[in-house]
Design a protein around this ligand. Sequence first.
Ligand code: ADP
Ligand code: MG
Length: 712
Amino acid sequence: MDNVHLQTSLHAVLRTRQEYLDALAELNIHTVEHLLLYLPRTHEDLSQMQTIRSAPLYEKVSIRGVIENIKLVYTRSKKKIVTALFTDREGECVEVIWFNQPHIKRMLKDGDEVALTGKLVENHHKVRFQSPAFEKVQQQNLLHAGRLVPIYPSHGIAGSKWLREKIALLKEYIDEIPETLPEDILQEEHLPKRSDAIRAFHFPDKPEEVQAARDRFAFEELFDIQKRALERKQQWQSQKDERLCITMNPDLIKTFFASLKFTPTKSQKIAIYEILKDMEKDVPMSRLLEGDVGSGKTLVAVATIAHTIAHGGQCALMAPTEVLAKQHAITVSRLLMSFYNYCTKKDLPPFVTISPCHGEGFCKSKIVTNHHGLIPQDDTSFPLSTISLLTGSTPASEKESIKTKLKNGTIDLIIGTHALIEDSIQFKNLLLVIIDEQHRFGVAQRSRLEEKGSPHVLAMTATPIPRTLALTAYGDHDLSVLLEKPGNRKDIHTKVVAPRDRPIIERFIDKEIEEGRQVFVVCPLIQDSQELDTKNVQAELSRLQSTFSNRSVTSLHGRMTPKEKEKIMQSYKEKKFDILVSTSVIEVGIDVPNATIMIIEGAERFGLAQLHQFRGRIGRSDHKSHCFLFTTNPAQAKSARLKAMETHHDGFKLAEIDLSIRGPGELLGYRQSGIPDTLRESLLNPILVMRARRAAEKYLKMHKFRNIWHSS
Ligand code: ADP
Ligand code: MG
């Protein structure tokens, strides 16, 4: 055809009914190029042509031969049947029969050479070809048989067979499809050209060609994601600032380790080293610390904080909720305090000075009774390091005073919710921001931090995700991973429970409560409605109140104010309740060592990574802990996915299983992860991900070099 090119509308090229074009239009396919880019989802291998003699019965086969004696007959029950004789190239003959497809009589005539694809079946000792698909042999090349046949996702009237025929008509334009990857990357990575890959999808000669084409597209997608992530990182690190350089102080770290009640794990040491190495540079760090629940991220954070404070910088530690912020305030100040005490006891110069008269007891009483009070009120008598807590419920006057102290540098460490950077808060010398339990350090946060002088940033997440996904979803961070579990914590006994076994388990739980243990119950979010979510918790609360009538049961849900939630958490911690029912609010960081039982209702609704998170809430004491996964119906209790929870206790392993079954969107827990589910397979391929990452790094480096070259 003359004047046809990739942008030509299909209307002008294809001779077809408007209905077909409409169906394509619904898929946003309007031009030649659009249709060529509509790729098959898989291929059926019909490349081996059989003969009647060689074809196995009841299996899909393709046979080439000639049609004779075709006729339309009516059965006694007035059904229309087309029958014919089919003779293959070996002269073997078989009857063909099509039910209720009278049009076939019009489409085929005696003497037609065809390829039939379908099953040979035996009926009353007679073998026949039953309702096969047919293709007339017009040219040398068959489309629907005799090759790796592409199977397209069909859309309404536009079925796979129709698509195959139309795409074949446009074959000659494939060469015009423009390349999207840089030439040198194609060569170095031995990837097929874009047009060749597309041809391989539609008209492959062998399966390896299809795989190479798939890899090319996956590579391209990964490369683009990596390139964008690395550009964001470059942007974040584009401002050099000498102020950020903190020389590593190994003595401080050694002494800090010595002050601990335990030995840090190897991963903790490596992570701390990686972080401090980053912080020696004059560009802001952008690092993600990934570690399973209980892997000891807090310790890494505190070592980094101590190091920064000793250097004279300010730190901010942000948690997603007030309860967690408060918990951090207690843990962090205890660790810093015992570091200080250790130094004075050993007659060492204190690296981080916290006034000894405001010891642990002080922290405890203040933190419990007074939300702002980790640290002395009258700082005139307190020239040493100061830690403060700032949350949404800090009274305005207190907040003002904290703001002043942050601005004049009196406060060294501020702990709080995300309000810390969202507000009009100014720092004297903010050098380190740690964001706990947050998936990613988003664009909005980035720009706020830029306003605060682009400090070093460490994000910490307890969602263990496979490295490939971490590199893809958080490609703008460097990655530190805590691999081992500290201490000698035992695995949590886990059981998937079908509805009918509920009474047995509930008797067991009652016995545990009798022994003094406490129970968490997690209910799934029903839809995304707070209303229903609350109802769900309320319903479960009253059910449990009657089942465990002599136990005290309480609940937490999304409708409560942070104050109410905190009050309940506090009384639960103080053992005023045996059972706490909640939605996934307790997912992150809450620490109640005496709670040894975790019940998850509607467990089938949660991802494995999330279930593992819930389970991480228990197993924090020497008592044996149990996790029960209740399913809504009996069949779900047999699901291999849920059963994986019984055998696997490693969050990374579970995350990998989740990734392969449910895809990256589910795993990251939010739709806007920016990672399409189509990448699921590629993400299970670490080599491909690493190749894309390295290629993107190299590409950006070359690009920078070219820019410098051209501008000088
Ligand atoms: P997460 O990574 O979930 O934030 P935490 O930092 O809260 O974990 O640590 C979990 C528990 O493990 C804490 O009680 C902490 O004191 C303890 N812990 C941390 N590191 C070690 C270690 N190296 N050896 C023994 N216990 C440790
Ligand atoms: Mg934590």
